[in-house]
Structures are given as C-alpha cells and as structure tokens.
Design a protein around this ligand. Sequence first.
Ligand code: GDG
Length: 483
Amino acid sequence: MQSVPCRPQRSDFVVVANRLPVVGEPTESGEPSWRRSPGGLVTALEPVLRRAQGVWIGWAGECDRRTAPFSHDGMRVHPVSLSARELASYYEGFSNATVWPLFHDTIVPPTLDRGWWQSYVQVNTRFAEAAALAAAPGATVWVHDYQLLLVPAMLRTLRPDVTIGFFLHIPFPPEELFMQLPWWTEIIDGMLGADLVGFQLPRDAENFRRTAAIRGSAIDPPGADAIGRIHVGGRVAWTGAFPVAVDAAGLTTLATSAAVRGRARRIRAELGQPDTVILSVDRLDYTKGIPERLAALDALYKQGRLIPGRHATVQIVTPSRERIPQYRELRRRIEIEVGHINGAYGALGRPAVHYLHRSVGREELAAFLVATDLMLVTPLRDGMNLVAKEYAACHPDADGALILSEFAGAAAELHGAYLVNPYDTDRLASTVDAVLNDPVAQRSRRMDTMHRQVRRHDVHAWARSYLGVLHRARAGRTVLGVS
Ligand code: GDG
C-alpha cells in the first residue's frame, strides 16, 4: 500500500494511542515499508478517521528514529518518537511492569520506580503536545489506554477548546489496589481531564468514580442513561461503560470463504483427523491463565478423559513483551508444563498439546478458529478478550462451544458461553468434560446466541456509541458555559 509524506495539517478528529495503526517493515533502502496493523482498534476507527480526514498519533515501533508525518492508504499518521531508554522506562517499565499488573489484580507484584514514573510523565507530555498540534480548533481527540493516562489533563491545559475522549481497554481496579500507586492522584487527575472517560464494564467505571470521590470530586451516579458524572474544577467529566467489540461481519465473511474453510479442513487433517479440536490463542501474558489451563489439561489427559489422537489440543501463544523478566519466566513455565504433558501422555506423532509460540497471519488464525470444536478462553483477569468474540463471529453455523473465564469482560455479554473460574482447575477440567458430553442441540443454541450477540454489537456500533456520548458530553459542556 502506498505511503506518502504529508504536511502536518490540523484535523477535526485525532486519535492518540501508544502505537500507530501501521507497522513498518525494514527495506533495503533503509526507509520502512508500512502496512496496516491487523488490530481491532484500527478496524473500528479507520472508517471514522477517513470520513473526518482524521489523524492518528502514536509510536512507530522503532526507537531513536524521527519519522515525519505521512499518509498511508489515505490514513494520516503522525509518529511520536521514543528513545531506547524511554522504551525501557515508559513502556516496558511504568506501563507494563507497574500499571498493567496493578490494574490486573496484582497477579504479579507491580514494580514501583520513580525514574519510570518520570519517564511516563515525559512521554505523556510529548503525546499531549503532538495532539495539541494536530487538533484543529474545536476538534475531537480520542485518547486510548493505560500508556497515556495523563494525556487528557495535559491536553486540556494546552487546548481547552477541544473535546477529549479517553477509553481504557484494561480493567480499572478497586480503590484499595489503585491507591497503592504513589502517583494515584496524578493519574486520576490526568484521566479526569477528559470529557468522557470510557471503560469496558460498568464495574470499571464504578471503581473509577469511587476513587474520584476519594480524591474529592462530587459524583452523580449513573441515571437512566447509565452515564455517571464527576464534578471536577467547575466542569463535568462523564463516565460510562462501552464494551469493545470485533468486526464481526468481516470475520464471518473471512471464516466462510473457501480459502479459510479449506485451510480449516487441512488443519484438522494435519492434527490427525481427531474427533475434537480444542484451542486456545493468547498473547503470552500472566493475565491469560495459561499455566492454570495447562494444569486442567494435564489432569484430563492423566485421567484418560482426553485421549491424544481422539482429542487434539492446540495452544497458540503469541510472543509479547519479551524483554520483561516476568514474561520470560512465564514462557519458561509454560514450556516446561507442555513438555511434561507431552512427555507423560503423548505418543509418537500424537502429542497431547500442540504448542506454537509464534504469531500467525489473520487468515490462518481464522482457519484455526473455524477448525475448533471447543475454545478455551480462561484469563485470570481481562478487560474484555477479543479472541472469545472472534471465535463466536467465526461460527455462523452455530457449531463449536466456548468455555470462558468469568473474569473476562466478555463474560458479561457472551451468555452462551460455559463460564468457569480459571483458578479452579478441577472445575475447569470437569467443565471441559461436561461440554464435550453436552447434547449437540444445546451447544448449538448457545453458540447461536453468542454469534448473534457479536454480530449485533460490533466494533462499528462500539465506536458510534462512544463517540455519540462524547458529543453529548461536549454539548453539555457548552450549555454549562464552561467551554
Ligand atoms: C487488550 C485487553 C481487550 C492474538 N494472537 C494472534 C492474533 N491475536 C489477536 C487476537 C485479538 C488480539 O490479538 C488480542 O486481543 P485480546 O482482547 O484477546 O487481548 P489483549 O491483547 O490483552 O488486548 C483486552 C483488548 O485490549 C481490546 O480492548 O479486549 O482485554 O487486555 O484480536 O485475534 N492475531 C493474529 N495472529 C496471532 O497470532 N493475526
């Protein structure tokens, strides 16, 4: 796809996220060749961005490199640069070794490091300045996720005229966890700079409002419109839940294409034509509950309730945050456990767990989802979990079944899933057994419910609903005369 340099024009719609919607691949000339990232956020925002001739601000993925604004396939991007030191302190440090574990129930202890915090403030300032430059008078700026919690207030100081949205993709923790952070007041103030602070679930929004109240703000609890209002320094920040969704129609089309259906059949053949294919797909992360799931599989193979050859279990683990020690240690644990299960219960050419530590292409992933009879999505904590929704989108014929952690945000919507407590490995094992023995008609009814749900509430509906409320918040601000 063509990428052309563009002048840094101001725009009425600006998205700010840690990463750009494109990834650069090295070429012989030294200039990267850009291609669109496959993520759901890009799919959701691309149509809005194009319509508004918007700009996307983010890091290009390479350190110590300044890249001028450019336009890729009609989408304008403004790269923000990061040094190798900042990558270690702002991104791998404060974002991923402090905020990420703290916001996920402290599954691993968060590291508190003042130097990382200072770097986080510095990089957030850079993003806010880039947004202030890119926004036209009265523009809408939509800031995303836990790497940029301070940007809304910083941007409000620089540009009080713009409408600021913020959306958190991960859980927002209860106040007793959040307040462990020495900089919790700065973070709350940062987020409250937005006109609308959006979360995945009502529970996250509620946690946030309680913490804002402790910080001293007056709170109007959600009314009939499910939106809460926080009074902060003469203005009002709105809060609400906007569960993120997938491009369900696009996935259904992909999943029913001849190419993907053919590949799904070949995957089953490569697995030795088992009766049942069981699959999990996760980023390698301690929040995803991979060792706990492997413990349940261990028990199932040990007790002969799963039999290699008849049942094929596939675990795809996408490499992630590989320089962070806890992630390296987790990989080691997973690989020891897979080695143990296969050593104990596998046979020649028939491993109990087929383990792939790599990222696969979008079509290949869809083929795996189509080929699967039973999907296991068992995170210990997850803001939403898109893989669960993608699985439902890939099964328009209502075949297949989903076992889903009650600690994934998706559990609030996917009523057809078999819910489990991922910490309870005995129950997880017995649920796998029970699902495999459930009447087909019942499994099919459940799958049909989930497919309809993800088709109805898709990523476009998500973006429309968030931006609709943001504009109402903006209109409210004007009426109050505080804009
Ligand atoms: C955060 C929150 C929230 C994974 N492996 C491959 C691949 N993937 C794709 C999946 C899915 C995405 O990556 C992962 O999204 P999740 O939602 O499952 O998890 P996080 O990365 O932790 O995302 C989460 C999300 O933000 C959105 O708000 O749901 O709770 O933690 O789309 O399909 N894609 C391809 N190859 C792979 O190997 N092509």
